[in-house]
Design a protein around this ligand. Structure first.
Ligand code: NAP
Ligand code: GDD
Length: 345
C-alpha cells in the first residue's frame, strides 16, 4: 500500500464514478483497508447516491465532472491522492450509438483530462483506468489476453480503446504509475437496471411476485464472461500495489449465454423462463459482440487474484437480492405506527 504524505498516516484515494456499481464496492474496500477515500460526484437535480448512502460520514465527496478540466484539477489538488481510480464513464453500450460524441467526451477524452489533472497536481499518484473487454469486440483471438488486438464494435468500445492507449501513453511519456484493468463483465445486486443481468433478475423477481407478466430481451445467444463486482474491485486495488505498473485482464475464464442466465435466474424462483421471455429484434445492437471470454492468467500469477463467485452463485445472489427487496416492499406494513392506528379504530 502506498504511504501518505499528509498529517494522518492513512493513504488517500480518489475515486471517480463513486456513485456507480464498482465505485461503491471499491469505496467500501478502501475504507475497510484504512484509506481516506474521496469520491467525485457530478451535479444532478436529483442525486443518485443510493449505492453509497451506507458510507455516509466515512466517504468524502467532491464535486466534479469528466467534461470539466478545472473541476478535475481542483478535486485532485484538494484530495492529494496517492491513488486515483478512474471508474467514471458513460458505461451503457446501447447509449453509445445514440450519443456517440458524448460517449467519446466522457469515456474517452475525460480520461485525458483526469490524467492531466494527475500529472499537474499529483504526478506521483498511482492511476487506475477502467478499461473494458468491450475493446476486444470482434477480435479473432479467444480467450482474450493482455496482448490480444482490439477490435471494438461500439462507440463505447472505441472510446475505451482511446482511453486505454492514452493511459499507456502517459505511463510511457511521463513515467507515471498508470495502468489499465481490462475487466470483463462484472455484476452484482447493485448493477444498473438496464444491463442484461439485472434486467433479468429484476424481471424474474417481479414475475414471481405477480408484478409483471413478461420480459422482452434482444440477442439471447450473446455470450459473456460474467463475474462478481466485489471480486473485481479487489483486482483494481491489487494493480496499484505492485512494484511497476502493468495492464491486466480480469475475468473468470468461463463464458455463458444470455439464454443460460435466463434459465438459471427463473429456475431460482421455480419458474420456467420459456413461459415469460420474449425477444424483440429492436433490442438487437447495430454491431454485436457474440462472445467474450478472458484469460486472467497474468492476474492469477502476478497479483494472486482469483474470483470467488461462480456463474451460478452470481445469478442466485442477484435474483435472491431482487426478490427479497421487492417482497419486503410489498409486504403489509407491520410498524408500531400501524399497530397503533389499528388499535385506535
Ligand atoms: P456505472 O454503474 O454505470 O457507473 C458509472 C459512474 O460514472 C457513475 O458514478 C456515474 O455518475 C459516473 N459518471 C458518468 N458520467 C460522468 C461524468 N461526466 N462526470 C463524472 N462522473 C460521471 O458503471 P460501473 O459498472 O460501475 O463501471 C465502472 C467503470 O468500469 C466504467 O468506466 C465502465 O465503463 C467500466 N467497466 C465496467 C464493466 C462492468 O462490467 N461493470 C466492465 C469493464 C469496464 P452518476 O451516478 O452521476 O451517473
Ligand atoms: N442491456 C441488454 N438488454 N443487453 C441485452 C438484452 C437486453 O434486453 N438482450 C440481450 N442482450 C445482450 C447484449 O446484446 C449483449 O450482448 C449482452 O446481452 C450483455 O449486454 P449488457 O449487459 O448491456 O453488457 P455489455 O456487455 O454490453 O457491456 C457491459 O460490459 C462491458 C464489459 O465487456 C458494460 O458494463 C460495459 O460498461 C462494460 O465495459
Amino acid at each position: 500500500m502506498t504511504s501518505s504524505s499528509a498529517g494522518t498516516d492513512a493513504p488517500r484515494a480518489l475515486i471517480t464514478g463513486v456513485t456507480g456499481q464498482d465505485g461503491s464496492y471499491l469505496a467500501e474496500l478502501l475504507l475497510d483497508l484504512g484509506y481516506e477515500v474521496f469520491g467525485l460526484v457530478r451535479r444532478s437535480s436529483s442525486p443518485q447516491t443510493d449505492r453509497i448512502a451506507h458510507l455516509a460520514g466515512r466517504l468524502q465527496l467532491l464535486r466534479g465532472d469528466l467534461l470539466d478540466q478545472s473541476s478535475l484539477s481542483a478535486a485532485v489538488a484538494e484530495s492529494r491522492p496517492q491513488e486515483i481510480y478512474n471508474l467514471a464513464a458513460q458505461s451503457f453500450v446501447p447509449t453509445s450509438w445514440q450519443e456517440p460524441v458524448l460517449t467519446a467526451e466522457f469515456t474517452g477524452l475525460g480520461v485525458t483530462r483526469l490524467l492531466e489533472a494527475a500529472r499537474q497536481h499529483a504526478p506521483k499518484a498511482r492511476f487506475y483506468q477502467a478499461s473494458s473487454s468491450e475493446q476486444f469486440g470482434a477480435t479473432k483471438q479467444s480467450p482474450q489476453r493482455e496482448d490480444t488486438p482490439f477490435w471494438p464494435r461500439s462507440p463505447y468500445g472505441v472510446a475505451k480503446a482511446y482511453a486505454h492507449w492514452i493511459t499507456v501513453n502517459y505511463r510511457e511519456s511521463y513515467g507515471m504509475y498508470a495502468c489499465c484493468g481490462l475487466l470483463f463483465n462484472h455484476e452484482s445486486p447493485r448493477r444498473g437496471a438496464e444491463f442484461v443481468t439485472r434486467k433479468i433478475s429484476l424481471a424474474a423477481a417481479r414475475i414471481k411476485l405477480g408484478l409483471l407478466d413478461r420480459l422482452v430481451l434482444g440477442n439471447l445467444e450473446a455470450r459473456r464472461d460474467w463475474g462478481f463486482a466485489g471480486d473485481y474491485v479487489r483486482a483494481m486495488w491489487l494493480m496499484l500495489q505492485q512494484d511497476s505498473p502493468k495492464d491486466f485482464v480480469i475475468a473468470t475464464g468461463v463464458t455463458h449465454s444470455v439464454r443460460e442466465f435466463c434459465e438459471l435466474a427463473f429456475a431460482e424462483l421455480d419458474l420456467d423462463w420459456r413461459a415469460f421471455v420474449h425477444t424483440d429484434p429492436k433490442l438487437a445492437r447495430p454491431a454485436e459482440i457474440e462472445c467474450l471470454v478472458g484469460d486472467a492468467s497474468r492476474a492469477r500469477q502476478e497479483l494472486g487474484w482469483s474470483p470467488t463467485v461462480d456463474f451460478a452463485g452470481l445469478v442466485r445472489q442477484m435474483v435472491r437480492a431482487d426478490y427479497e427487496h421487492l417482497r419486503l416492499k410489498q409486504a403489509p406494513p407491520s410498524t408500531p405506527f400501524d399497530q397503533l392506528a389499528l388499535r385506535a379504530r
